[in-house]
Design a protein around this ligand. Sequence first.
Ligand SMILES: [Ca+2]
Ligand SMILES: [Ca+2]
Ligand SMILES: [Ca+2]
Length: 363
Amino acid sequence: MRYGLGVVAMSFVLASAVSGQTPRQGGSTCSSASRMAFSDGWNVCLRHDFDTAFGSDQRPDPDVWVINHPESWWFVLGRTFFPSPVYHPEAPFPRVEDGVCVIEHYLYNSYHLDTPKTTFLGGEIHTVMEFDPGNSWRFEARVRWEECPGGLVTSFFTYGYDDAHSDSDEIDFEFLSNEVFEPVPQVMTNTWDDSDQKPEQIPISELDMTQWNTFRIYWYPEPRVVWTWVEPGGTERVLREETDSAYLPDEPMSVYFNFWAPTSDWGKAYDPNLEPDQEDNGVVWRYWIDYVEVRVLGADTDGDGVADACDECPDTPPGAAVDARGCPTGCCGASGPVAPLGLAVGLLILNRFAGYRSARRRR
Ligand SMILES: [Ca+2]
Ligand SMILES: [Ca+2]
Ligand SMILES: [Ca+2]
């Protein structure tokens, strides 16, 4: 029971998780006003460029992102400790720098009190928004990873937890330092339904993860999932297509990014030579996210750049600046009236805080 105290505290905090649903102030930007609807029918539900940092520790917009999992005290994924923004406010959390979100992974975890230390210190972000399985979604991210030793994993994935059945759905890009920095890089694609998975490694000989790369996940209701990579020249390459419904998600999911070190349970990703530092030598590696974009196949009837499926103000006057929810902001000289929240219809974004996974089963 190395973490017995933490488990007790986590139970208490979960019981009061409703406090996490308090509407947050600010964070809306005017940038969405200039968004153009796509003629191919994929309209924007969420576009976030990490252009603004919040607070003294430069956190990502709290209106859009959850850092680690504030409803619990802390969490350990594999061998990596994710500190709690509530109980470890001075920890190095994912932060925004120069228009990019930085997630770090430290060899030394000062919060691990036992000796020898067996955990690292990492981080995770996920969207407040959840995306419903009834639509066709396109999740896109531009990411980059500092070359680092074996045994580490970064990711871009969707994840949803089913409270009623205590299992999870997930669609993954996972980048394993064991494989992605090899002469013929491979990326891990995976899809989960009710905690059953169907992983597949995809070689991409031209991939250089130390440079910016754009990946996309398409999640269709048929069901069908497609993973793609945008080549440096701009051509989109299909890496994998999966139609086996036994492994395709059917729960609402959010978009996640994290940086962690698996245990030996996941042999492909594990490296026994990677060990936690017992004293702080300042060793850290970084994973960067330039932007995240979520599009849905469907109309944008009021033409404000936010698809109907995500537009909480469906009758925005032409030309009005809108926030990320498609509602007039009044900030950039907009003249349109602010639509009352009661007008929100067809709301597919539940904005609820699902119970955080107690464990993620791994291969
Ligand atoms: Ca950016
Ligand atoms: Ca709209
Ligand atoms: Ca609108």
